[in-house]
Design a protein. Structure first.
Ligand SMILES: Nc1nc2c(c(=O)[nH]1)N[C@H]1C(S)=C(S)[C@@H](COP(=O)(O)O)O[C@H]1N2
Ligand SMILES: [Mo]
Length: 320
């Protein structure tokens, strides 16, 4: 399958122009009145978000300084990877089509009792905090983001996993009616939905954050609203957006990128400047908005928090 050999930045220009995506979306908008209503609901401005009053949350002093200036909000909101909405970085407009209320998250698998929770019910049960984290994409660019969210470990506690839960598997929505990338044609042959996974130990690490806001406000849709993960010590593709399902499982989940190209996008994907991607070096990164390239650090500079997770696993492909 041809698509297996290509990543977005290598697709022919004709497939990735914003015009193409926009036209697709327009065609779809006139095609279906029901979907049009969805689009309108999904297009509600951030100010109308029912969780607006929860922001800004208190800054966690342990993560108040990421060692570099915060990336300007506008750059962050408008330079994204979100293949559900297309292969270019400019998916901000297309992502506005996603309806984010009502939004429920299924928690199932190896848990005492499976449950389905509305995003606003979850937000009532957790402690929101702000943390400034570095964010390093496998494509060798980075940002510094003031996220708001709650620890993944607090959700693990809420879910009450059994002793058989060895991994946590996350799943994104699959809504071809609103997500152009999931429609036949563009990336319709990708194995949607987007999947990612971590070990239960990684999920319980204090750094792992479920993110619902950024820059002191509810999260923009382009950045994964209403809920996404951020694992600052791993390459960005592990930090799944638009989560609808969290499953506690016995077997190691296979992420969508791993399913497409396992030799380039592995399960662990921990940041390491000394282990090159098969097609480029990971030794340095472009800090978006600064025009600077800086050396990349092991575990993206978070070794003190996470290195102990990997003792005894040296034989694994930890950095890919
Ligand atoms: N559902 C979903 N989640 C996703 C992606 C995606 O395409 N779909 N892209 C990933 C990649 S490659 C990166 S670098 C980050 C980008 O997050 P940002 O756009 O907020 O910087 O989201 C990750 N999560
Ligand atoms: Mo990425």
């Amino acid at each position: 399958m041809l698509i297996k050999k290509l990543k977005g930045w290598e697709l022919p220009e004709s497939l990735v122009t914003p015009e193409h995506m926009f036209l697709n979306r327009r065609k779809f908008m006139v095609a279906s009145a029901g979907a049009l209503a969805l689009l309108t609901a999904g297009g509600a401005r951030a100010e109308d978000d029912p969780s607006m009053g929860l922001y800004p949350a208190k800054l966690n002093a342990a993560f108040a300084d990421a060692g570099a200036p915060i990336t300007p909000e506008d750059i962050n909101k408008k330079y994204n990877n979100y293949y559900e909405f297309g292969t270019s970085k400019q998916i901000f407009e297309a992502a506005e089509a996603l309806p984010i209320r009502p939004w429920s998250i299924v928690i199932d698998g190896e848990v005492e009792a499976p449950m389905t929770l509305g995003i606003d019910d979850i937000l009532k049960r957790v402690q929101l905090e702000e943390r400034i984290y570095r964010h390093r994409c496998v494509e060798a660019w980075s940002m510094v983001v003031p996220w708001t969210g709650f620890t993944l470990k607090s959700l693990v506690e809420m879910a009450r996993p059994t002793a058989d839960a060895k991994y946590v598997r996350f799943e994104t929505f699959n809504l071809p009616d609103v997500a152009v990338g999931q429609q036949p044609g563009l990336l319709g042959s990708y194995p949607w939905p987007y999947i990612e996974g971590v070990t239960i130990e990684e999920a319980k690490n204090d750094l792992a954050l479920l993110v619902t806001g950024a820059y002191g406000k509810p999260l923009p849709k382009s950045m994964g609203s209403p809920i996404r993960l951020h694992l600052p010590w791993k390459y960005g593709f592990k930090s799944i957006k638009g989560i609808v399902k969290i499953s506690f499982v016995k077997e190691r989940p296979i992420g969508m990128w791993e399913a497409i190209q396992a030799s380039e996008y592995g399960f662990w994907a921990n940041v390491n400047p000394e282990v090159s991607h098969p097609r480029w070096s990971q030794a340095s990164e472009e800090v978006l908005g600064t025009g600077e390239r800086i050396p990349t650090k092991l575990f993206n500079g978070y070794s003190e928090f996470v290195a102990s997770l990997y003792t005894g696993l040296e034989a694994e492909a930890l950095y890919m």
